[in-house]
Design a protein around this ligand. Structure first.
Ligand code: PHE
Length: 357
């Protein structure tokens, strides 16, 4: 009886698998391929030898050989996948930059840090000027009752002066009794009431804040804008004190070559009243289009406290007198920075805003 050509099959398979596992690199494995699963493999030689067998034997031997080949191919495939993976990992390792010893250079790219807007910055500068002059800074509500915004300021219902302030009414309580304040003057009233209640007169205070009017925005007006109000209540205060404060402020804020002047005007809560004007900051008083060739620009209103206002808050006008002034912070910023159109203040165009950092 002849020995089956497959007598050594399992040994061959073990050898082939050992050979596969010995391949240390993909290149080694590829080089060995013909000897393992290719034409020069012992498996192929055995395959050919099956032709000499009787048909019955050939069939079972063929199946056995097929099974063995499948096992070897599987081992080959597993090894190849492993070596491919190892090769890829090595390539990545080789490509990796070792930053361990590298001193990271300090890159001086400026961070995009914001800064206060022009109006906020102007408000702080104005507060600084007034604090240096001995004023405190006070705050008041933006939503006011009709009494604080108008009546206590000697502007009774149906008074024609209400036409000076186109008002936004808030839909609260009785119609037309709650308003978005049209000026900072109601804060004066709060301050005086508090001082009376606390028996803490005199008052030297400025009150900055946002105000609202039904103005259509244009180059010189915004519907939401900012004012700063000044209030002094003390003994023996005269109009000269008012004029002196305005002039001192003008020099401090705008510079020594910009002066102020007062022109008669009317406000229901001051008597006498004045508009205060400053030297045109564009032409420095020479006369230009902005100041209609006058050399002066109006900044705000002022005057001695009207006795009716002192009476409304319960201050004895025989003992105390005082003055008030108010002007637009946005207008101030516009003049100091020579901004042609005030709407630029609320457009949020960074090309504009960056100029004021
Ligand atoms: N409140 C006035 C206005 O808005 C300005 C003003 C304040 C006038 C104080 C006189 C005294 O127009």
């Amino acid at each position: 009886m002849t020995t089956s050509p497959l007598a050594e099959l399992s040994t061959h398979v073990t050898d082939l698998i050992a050979r596969i596992d010995r391949a240390a690199t993909l290149a080694d494995l590829h080089a060995d391929e013909p000897f393992i699963v290719g034409k020069r493999s012992i498996l192929s030689t055995l395959q050919k030898s099956l032709g000499a067998l009787a048909p019955e034997e050939r069939k079972s031997a063929g199946a056995q050989l097929q099974e063995a080949r499948r096992g070897v191919e599987e081992a080959y495939h597993v090894r190849r996948t492993f070596l491919e993976e190892a090769t890829r990992t090595q390539a990545l390792e080789a490509d990796r930059l070792d930053l361990g010893d590298v001193v990271v250079a300090k890159v001086s790219v400026p961070l995009a840090v914001g800064h206060p807007g022009i109006v906020a910055a102007t408000q702080r500068q104005l507060e600084d000027v007034f604090v240096a002059m001995g004023f405190t800074v006070s705050d008041g509500p933006e939503v006011e009752s009709d009494w604080y915004n108008f009546e206590a300021l000697n502007i009774p219902p149906a008074h024609p002066a209400r036409g000076m302030w186109d008002t936004f009414y808030v839909d609260l309580g009785e119609p037309e009794t709650v308003v978005l304040r049209t000026h900072t003057s109601p804060t004066q009233v709060h301050l005086m009431e508090k001082a009376v209640a606390a028996d803490s007169l005199p008052i030297h205070s400025v009150m900055p804040g946002r105000c609202y009017r039904r103005d259509t925005p244009d180059a010189r007006h915004l519907a939401a804008f900012h004012q700063i109000e000044g209030l002094v209540v003390d003994r023996g205060i005269s109009f000269a004190d008012l004029a002196g404060v305005i002039e001192t402020f003008t020099h401090s804020y705008f510079g020594p070559d910009i002066s102020s002047r007062l022109r008669p005007a009317f406000f229901p809560f001051t008597e006498p009243s004045a508009e205060f004007e400053i030297t045109c900051t564009i032409c420095r008083g020479e006369g230009c289009r902005t100041c209609s060739q006058t050399g002066w620009i109006e900044l705000g209103g002022c005057g001695m406290l009207d006795p009716a206002v002192l009476e409304a808050v319960g201050i004895d006008g025989d003992e105390w007198s005082g003055f008030a002034f108010g002007f637009g912070i946005d207008r101030c910023a516009q003049m100091r920075h020579q901004i042609a159109d005030m709407r630029a203040l609320i457009d949020n165009d960074v090309r504009f805003l960056r100029q004021f950092s």
